[in-house]
Ligand binder design. Structure first.
Ligand code: DGL
Length: 283
């Protein structure tokens, strides 16, 4: 699909995209900070998780999602998914936006997190817990080193964590096994780590268990707060884009899977009962 006109389009909702439900943890914090905006969330639940897909597949799926959100009036889209931010954001920003509509914008969740980390770690040893795709992309390491070359960054893929969350098993004894294994693993690799980044938007759901296996002196960093603050700052610095973001305080949801399942998960991830959700197809 090509939205060939470069004419500046009317105000629309802020688009928030994730492979599944994880991005709802980001949306919740964005809305807490900026309840006045309209939001349109898209979860590609039918094709989640993205974490183990190749670069090409994540890029293709993410581009389809961005185009679907643009087609529904979003002028600004947040990729509330580390895997998509790591594997697709740069290509979309550099190659696709000029073709689709150069006046629209797509932002990710990695930079806002990385910008915060330099001020948090004292030991200058940071651990990154993420999907296999995000770890293999080395995006966190590269972005942290651009700002703070002295910080030692250790990555740990946690391939079972997203399936545990997506399948409602994050509270189960089985989750203890996988959380313990990865948290202990990364701290064994670098015992000087004092900051663990939960670099996947699904992971806040596993927080209770992550805290359980993390020593008291290690700080656990989630992303929602930093992404929300960074978006607020972006809109302050870009009043033209701010004017193109609708401000009716309304949120709507799109899923590529069943709306009923999405409603149950919205309750879990956002503690929200009445969600306006519609099923769409991508691609
Ligand atoms: N929530 C996504 C992230 O932040 C990805 C989960 C997945 O689909 O693997 O990486």
């Amino acid at each position: 699909m090509s939205l060939s006109s470069t004419k500046v389009s009317a105000a629309g909702p802020v688009g928030v995209f994730d492979s599944g439900y994880g991005g709802l943890t980001i949306l919740r914090q964005i809305r807490q900070l900026m309840p006045q905006y309209d939001y349109l969330y898209l979860g590609d639940n039918a094709r989640a998780p993205y974490g183990s897909h190749s670069f090409e597949v994540v890029y293709e799926y993410t581009l389809q999602a961005v185009e679907a959100l643009f087609a529904r009036g979003c002028n600004l889209v947040i990729l509330a998914c580390n895997t998509a931010s790591a594997k697709a954001l740069r290509s979309i920003q550099q190659n696709d936006l000029s073709r689709i509509d150069p006046t629209r914008r797509v932002l990710g969740v990695i930079l806002p997190t990385v910008e915060a980390v330099g001020g948090i770690t004292r030991s200058r040893h940071v651990g990154v817990l993420a999907t296999t795709g995000t770890i293999l992309s080395r995006s966190y390491e590269m972005e942290i080193h651009k700002l703070h070359p002295e910080i030692a960054v250790t990555g740990q893929a946690c391939p079972m964590w997203v399936p545990l969350v997506e399948n409602d098993e994050f509270d189960s004894p089985g989750a203890d096994y996988f959380v313990k294994k990865r948290v202990e693993g990364i701290l064994r690799t670098d015992p000087d780590i004092d900051t663990l980044i939960l670099a996947c938007t699904h992971y806040p759901l596993l927080m209770e268990k992550i805290v359980k296996y993390t020593p008291a002196g290690v700080r656990i960093v989630t992303q929602g707060e930093y992404v929300a603050a960074s978006l607020a700052d972006y809109l302050r610095r870009h009043p033209d884009m701010d004017r193109r973001c609708g401000k009716g305080g309304r949120s709507r949801y799109l899923t590529t899977e069943s709306p009923e399942k999405f409603r149950e998960s919205a309750l879990l991830f956002m503690r929200e009962k009445e969600v306006d959700v519609e099923r769409i197809s991508l691609g």
